[in-house]
Design a binder for this molecule. Structure first.
Ligand SMILES: Nc1ncnc2c1ncn2[C@@H]1O[C@H](COP(=O)(O)OP(=O)(O)OP(=O)(O)O)[C@@H](O)[C@H]1O
Ligand SMILES: Cc1cn([C@H]2C[C@H](O)[C@@H](COP(=O)(O)OP(=O)(O)O)O2)c(=O)[nH]c1=O
Length: 226
């Protein structure tokens, strides 16, 4: 069997992790694991870790490392047969160390987007709170203004997407992400993409992954997992 491919995507809020992950999963047939989606699934299913995670998310805090790793690592260990892309994890050095203890990463994609662009995107971001689906009034608007495409439920603008809150959020992101980025740089697996436009970043990411993912592997894997 050809070698499996393991990737992580990192970037500040609004940098396009969710959007680009969807494109990667679709084009290369990798399993996309979003830590935020996984936490929300656990909250809906009332698992022990989900109940605990909810108490932090309600306060706008990150879920503590030990809760996050207890949630995510068993999920990754179930995926030993698949190539995957992790989005939203690791966010801290402790999480990166935990991940390192169970697998070797091939590529870390780091999105470096100017602050003004992030502010503009998040100012127009609307969220469906229970699923975490996000829309942007210009980039990917909902079919009916103010309503989620799938459920028809009301969309909200999150408090911490306001430009005033974003600066603090971004500073916090930089503080905790820096040692993680340094770690992956030292391992020579970090690839940083800087631009204001996803459609300019995407071809470069696609070219990189085409050189890293063995041909034929992704299609077979995709077919076997859906
Ligand atoms: N790796 C992680 N470590 C700690 N908490 C996490 C992690 N991943 C997700 N969470 C928790 O789940 C919540 C939702 O995660 P998600 O990535 O969907 O949203 P977010 O932080 O608002 O992301 P963004 O604004 O970058 O789109 C986070 O705010 C955080 O509380
Ligand atoms: C990628 C991208 C996203 N957006 C919007 C869509 C979302 O409302 C918001 C965030 O995108 P998203 O992909 O959710 O980013 P992340 O997962 O890193 O937080 O920005 C744009 O307006 N332009 C873009 O090029």
């Amino acid at each position: 069997m050809s070698k499996l491919f393991r990737a992580v995507i990192m970037g500040p809020p609004g940098s396009g992790k969710g959007t680009i992950s969807e494109r990667i999963a679709h084009s290369f047939g990798l399993k996309h694991i979003s830590s935020g989606d996984f936490v929300r699934e656990n909250i809906s299913a009332n698992t022990e870790a989900g109940v605990l995670a909810k108490t932090y998310i309600k306060k706008g805090l990150l879920v503590p490392d030990h809760v996050m790793t207890r949630l995510l690592l068993p999920r990754l260990e179930e995926m030993t047969k698949y190539s995957w892309l992790l989005d939203g994890f690791p966010r801290t050095l402790a999480q990166a160390d935990a991940l390192n203890s169970i697998c070797d990463l091939d590529v870390v994609i780091n999105l470096n987007i100017p602050l003004e662009t992030l502010k503009e995107r998040l100012r127009h971001r609307w969220t469906h709170p229970s699923s975490g689906r996000v829309y942007n009034m210009y980039f990917n608007p909902p079919r009916i203004q103010g309503l989620d495409d799938i459920t028809g439920e009301q969309l909200i603008q999150q408090e911490d997407d306001r430009p005033e809150a974003l600066v603090a959020r971004l500073r916090h992101y930089k503080d905790i992400a820096k040692p993680v980025i340094d770690l992956y740089k030292a391992k020579s697996i970090l690839y940083t993409f800087s631009d204001t436009e996803t459609d300019r970043i995407w071809p470069n990411i696609s070219t990189l992954l085409s050189t890293k993912i063995p041909i034929g592997q992704s299609d077979a894997r995709c077919a076997s997992t859906h």
